[in-house]
Ligand binder design. Structure first.
Ligand code: TXA
Ligand code: MG
Length: 321
């Protein structure tokens, strides 16, 4: 299958109309969001949903996030009656927060992997918003990478991973946050944090007590190994802990250490927002460099730093385990 890539800026009508037409035909389309690129399909069409799993080689036990245009469309797929849900939506939607809510009957078990809960979010990206409005219904969309690999933050990452397997990619430039959405479940007035992301635990605490999401509550896709580069990835406290630098890549937080075959520095000023936005693109570049092993420097575990460390730890789990 030929994969077409269409560049699109906010307000461009033709690529948006083409994407919506593809989606109406039950095909899948990769679209930019403010977090990472998503592989979208009609959430209410089982064939389209099956195509998403197929294109990614994703196991069926791993449910999909349903993306909606607004609060009104959210009500059509989920029960949003909990007042805490309305408060969180008012504060963070559109934006990088996914809420686990009781699903309505129109959402199939294929989307939720048999769970009575559906993950819902309103993306803020103008291109994804325009496609949702033009299409007129909810879109299921996981990150647009082969299962278990690094999420795409640029259209070319999507093409590198899924080229030949999907018909269309809308290129809206690099993603602003660069990390997947924060996922929370509202349980009896508390929030269970199932995935760290751009909305931090500190921000959520303003609304309700935040737990870590127990064993049972954990998102099924949050496997220990995930976000994996092809090369072995090893976490270190600093470049000084690396025995041999030649032939290796280094993913640094602030420093630019010498002697490595390839170095990526996430943020020279130590800005966690910048580091998060650059993380996956840096991992993709190191993975493409002529290195046998990638070392990654640990990031301070505060605010967004926790979400970055979550992704690095999972990438390392796959690579060395
Ligand atoms: O930022 C994002 O969330 C991106 C963009 C495209 O929106 N999407 C994304 O989707 O990261 P994905 O499929 O790569 O990750 C979704 C995570 C998975 O770990 C999945 O297991 C979990 O959400 N999830 C989805 N539906 C769920 C459900 N009903 N119950 C529990 N976990 C769920
Ligand atoms: Mg993913």
């Amino acid at each position: 299958m030929e994969t077409r890539v269409l560049e699109v800026a906010a307000g461009d009508a033709a690529p948006v109309a083409e994407a919506a037409e593809c989606l109406r035909q039950g095909k899948v389309v990769a679209l930019p969001t403010e977090t990472v690129y998503g592989l979208a399909g009609d959430a209410l069409n089982p064939t389209a949903v099956a195509r998403i799993f197929e294109a990614k080689d994703r196991p069926r036990f791993d449910p999909l996030i349903v993306h909606v245009a607004d609060w009104a469309m959210a009500q059509t797929v989920a029960d949003c009656a909990d007042p805490l849900v309305a408060q969180l939506a008012a504060k963070f939607w559109p934006g990088p927060l996914t809420l686990l809510l009781p699903k309505r009957a129109i959402v199939s078990d294929l989307v939720t992997a048999g769970s009575p809960l559906v993950a819902v979010r309103v993306p803020a990206h103008p291109v994804f918003q325009a496609v949702l409005k033009s299409f007129g219904g909810p879109l299921a969309a996981p990150s647009a990478n082969p299962f278990g690999r690094i999420s795409p933050t640029e259209a070319r990452h999507v093409v590198a991973g899924l080229g030949g397997r999907i018909p269309l990619v809308l290129d809206g430039g690099p993603c602003r946050h660069g990390l997947e959405s924060t996922i929370v479940q509202v349980v009896d007035g508390r929030l269970e944090l199932l995935r760290e992301g751009p909305v931090s635990r500190e921000e959520l605490r303003a609304f309700a007590p935040v737990g870590h999401g127990g064993e049972r509550a954990a998102a099924p896709g949050q496997l220990a190994s995930h976000y994996a580069p092809r090369r072995a990835l090893v976490l270190v406290v600093s470049a000084d802990d690396v025995p041999t630098r030649a032939g290796c890549g280094f993913l640094a937080f602030r420093s630019v250490p010498a002697g490595f075959t390839a170095v990526e520095t996430l943020s020279p000023t130590g800005d966690l927002v910048e580091a998060a936005a650059r993380l996956f693109a840096a991992m993709h570049r190191l993975d493409d460099a002529p290195v046998t092993r990638i070392y990654a420097e640990k990031i301070p575990c505060e605010g967004l730093g926790r979400a970055i460390m979550d992704r690095l730890t999972r990438a390392a789990a796959e690579a060395v385990g």
